[in-house]
Design a protein around this ligand. Sequence first.
Ligand code: PEP
Ligand code: MN
Length: 521
Amino acid sequence: MIIVLKQGISDEKVDSLKRWLMEKGLDVAPIYGTEKTVLGLVGDTSHLSVDEVSMHDAVEKVLKVQEPFKKANRKFHPENTIIKVGNLEIGGKDLAIIAGPCSVESEEQITKIAQSVKKAGANLLRGGAFKPRTSPYSFQGLKTEGLIMLKRAGEATGLPIVSEITNINYIEIFEQYVDIIQVGARNMQNFELLKELGRFKKPILLKRGFANTLEELLMACEYIMSEGNQNIILCERGIRTLENYTRNTLDLSAVPALKRLSHLPVIVDPSHGCGLAWMVEPLSKAAIAAGADGLIIEVHNNPAKALSDGPQSITPSEFSYIMPKLREYAKLEGRHINIPHTIAYAGTPGSFANEAAEKLYPNSAHTGLEHFEDVFNAVLNGSAEIGIVPVENTLAGKVSDVIETLENGNFEVIDRIKIKINQMLVAPAGTELSAVRKIYSHNKALEQCKKFLSTMPDCRIIPYSTTSAAAAAVAALNDKCSAAIASENAAKLNRLIILKDNIQDKDENYTEFVAFKLATK
Ligand code: PEP
Ligand code: MN
């Protein structure tokens, strides 16, 4: 509300007006112009009528500034709202990392995913049990049975759970089983559902509808808050625009905008935001940089067979690979991501080094770094506790620069493992072996496949940082004349086909990896 004062009115009358307003719990901010003085009122003026204020002697005119949303508005609640769920404070220093499958599919599936996302640093578990699918013929979820599985997986791992409600009738079941109730994009304006949820105390994760403005999202919030429930987490999950390369357009400007307009925590869903698994990493980084209080990421143990949203789901090893990278972005923003135990290996998910890391330390988070020296640096600067590097290959011999660094006195070797190397020529679906003109791989792998390469005289050989990065590169090129020499795992992860199996010169091909930590001096 803005009050324009009469010209030349006495200070006494102005003071009396100010006192009266302040007694009503409002802050008065005067603005002195050359001709007129204006008082701006800060606070909840919903109980104050224009007529009531106009009757005062000092007042010339009263302007009601409409703030359509009140309870969610930062103007009336300048402090950030922090929502407590278990030990986690959403909106506090720790980022909320919600991970899990789009749908709960079986007890085994949700339990395995819960264990792997937990060890990589997730602090909440997601899983849909009542699925609002676009087609009635698509999988509709395991309903209450799915919620029970989700709760059991959450209890086994100590992770609070998040699941989507689609109907008022299920409220009691959700009260019983779920820690945070998600309202999905399709129900953001289901006002009857919102009002009902307002009568409960459980925190609500309110997703923005695909065609809704930020103001409409905040008005939806108001429906819940005006009934009493103030525990709302807002979620940007992508909106419809004319762009159709991605499933939705992730509107990251919503994060700073919502944080400015509202005191509620804001999280980002990069998975639904783009619909593409490979884009989850860069969008998660961007969301953290934009000031998000957390992320909700779809993680599935077998995305190709997922009953919903497979193309946008990342695997547990991809999740574990990106988390330590996100932790660095969080640090820049003064926020934390806590990862219990980090193992760094040279390579990307799907590399033989990744396989070595998973076999040696199945209960830790594994992150792949591009170069050997990055792994040494990660252990030196403490961002990884253990590093994994190759030291010898049956065919290509010792990796001398790695061995030299390991012996420089900074590190201590604590474990070793031999991994059977089976090299394959891999390429995007539709590529013919006879059409291949470029072959990408790491030098060591190229050396191991000399005989095979001599049968491909028309090909240009392009050395690459790692075999798995070479596989990712040909997947991105998708030009039907480029192939990579890489592992079966790398082919699977990058959705590549195998053009030729077992192409190493000798079948007895092993690489020995060592695990090392900082030397105790
Ligand atoms: C989901 O989280 O799986 C989901 C259906 O999300 P949205 O409502 O954002 O589409
Ligand atoms: Mn989904």
